[in-house]
Design a protein. Structure first.
Length: 431
């Protein structure tokens, strides 16, 4: 038996987008990875897994057959690499007798209606809500509820895909009819829609890593959004001090949420709004945050969710000793900016001089254009139509503000559009 075959193995299910940070995180701890695909075909709506980093790749199959194939590797854990893999990761870890969250509450970790109902049953503060496959029924609930605005969104998606804030019955109907019967970014059909009470207050992003109920708060970021039509789009975020302002109450509330949803293991990414009554969950994913950039988070938070996830599964005692019950540290001023646009057309090329100017700004850590030449750029309505991700980090808040303003001045000049748009052009998939 070779040395490589003696190394422990972690199984990653659907390691799309930021799931690509998990193989190197496990590798640093001497753990190999095996990839499992939960769908017959790879999901090209997201950045694909780099399968060259895996010891093996297991294609789509029944859970029982997949578990039998994985047993040959004697894995130490099964981890959802991204949102589509949550249900299968729960089932495989249970079939293999590995540490995991089990299947009893799996649906509540993917279906946004069941998620909130699980909180309600546990006595955890949550939104009023209703679901239906009928636009008429959704409008009727909104009218009975009698308190606009309301939020209309798919039961299972991500990145604000299909989410609308509606101020009257007409907007509710339009939002529902625009999504019902369509397919979301994970290839799932939207046969029902969720309508919820609007949560008034500031919104925050909260990431955790858990192992056997021991938890580490990786970060609390405040979102800054703008309303365009019925869509609240991301603009930028900023780190809260972990022991001041609303952060302690948010962290304590998330402990209740995680318990109510049966999440005792692995990474989680949550959105919370702090209402006058206190924090209330928008939604939570039992997987890595889509905003994880390991070296950026190391610089501003003293650690990153991918490395902490690998540590928890590979060396649980070390995770407990160093992180259980603790929180991140704010080491610098930082922000992730998601640029929006009103441009509509096909990208001919990037203006590399403008890209270089942005990259040279004092606080810019990374600048990632999201639309490649030949792809369609559209007016921004959600995360998937944002045009670039810019990570800013600096000791000075003033430097961050200055560079943010300059990015806003330059963002549309990054892209040169064709004079005439080809009929078959596609939008660039999420980076």
């Amino acid at each position: 038996m070779s040395g490589a075959e003696l190394r422990p193995v972690a199984v990653l299910v659907d390691a799309y987008t930021t799931g690509n940070h998990l193989p190197p995180a496990f590798a640093k701890l001497g753990v190999d990875v095996v990839h499992v695909q939960s769908t017959p075909e790879l999901m090209t709506s997201m950045r694909l897994p780099d399968l060259s980093q895996y010891r093996a790749a297991i294609p789509y199959g029944t859970p029982a057959d997949t578990a039998a194939r994985l047993a040959e590797f004697a894995p130490i854990c099964v981890v959802a690499g991204q949102e589509p893999g949550v249900l299968l990761a729960d089932e495989l870890s249970e079939l293999l007798g590995l540490p995991g969250n089990g299947t009893a509450l799996s649906a509540a970790r993917r279906d946004k209606y069941e998620m909130i109902e699980a909180l309600r049953r546990a006595g955890v503060r949550c939104a009023d809500q209703y679901k239906s496959g009928s636009a008429d029924d959704l409008v009727a609930w909104a009218e009975r509820h009698g308190d606009y605005p309301v939020v209309v969104k798919p039961l299972s998606s991500a990145a604000t895909d299909g989410v609308a804030i509606c101020s009257d019955a007409r907007e509710v109907r339009e939002a529902a009819e625009a999504v019902l019967g369509t397919v979301n970014i994970f290839g799932e059909r939207n046969d029902e829609m969720l309508i919820q009470s609007f949560l008034q207050g500031e919104e925050y992003m909260v990431d955790f890593v858990s192992y056997d109920g021991d938890r580490y708060a990786c970060c609390v970021w405040q979102y800054h959004k703008r309303l365009i039509g019925t869509h609240r789009i991301y603009d930028r975020d900023s780190i809260l001090l972990p022991d001041a302002g609303p952060a302690p109450a948010i962290i304590a509330y998330l402990y209740e949420v995680l318990d109510a949803l049966g999440i005792q293991y692995g990474p989680t990414h949550a959105e919370v709004i702090v209402t006058p009554e206190g924090p209330v969950l928008v939604e939570i994913g039992a997987r890595l945050s889509g905003g994880v950039v390991p070296d950026f988070h190391d610089r501003c938070l003293g650690g990153n969710q991918a490395d902490l996830t690998a540590l928890a599964y590979a060396r649980p005692e070390e995770f407990r000793d160093r992180h259980a019950g603790r929180t991140y540290h704010k080491l610098a001023e930082a922000s992730m900016v998601l640029t929006s646009t009103t441009l509509d057309g096909v990208v001919e090329d990037l203006d590399h001089a403008v890209v270089a100017e942005i990259q040279a700004l004092e606080s810019v850590h990374t600048f990632v254009p999201k639309v490649a030449p030949g792809r369609r750029i559209r007016p921004t309505v959600d995360l998937y139509t944002a045009t670039a991700a810019v990570h800013l980090v600096h000791d000075s808040a003033e430097a961050l503000r200055r560079d943010y303003d300059r990015v806003q001045e330059l963002k549309d000049r990054v892209y040169r559009l064709h004079a005439a748009e080809p009929e078959t052009a596609e939008q660039e998939t999420a980076a």
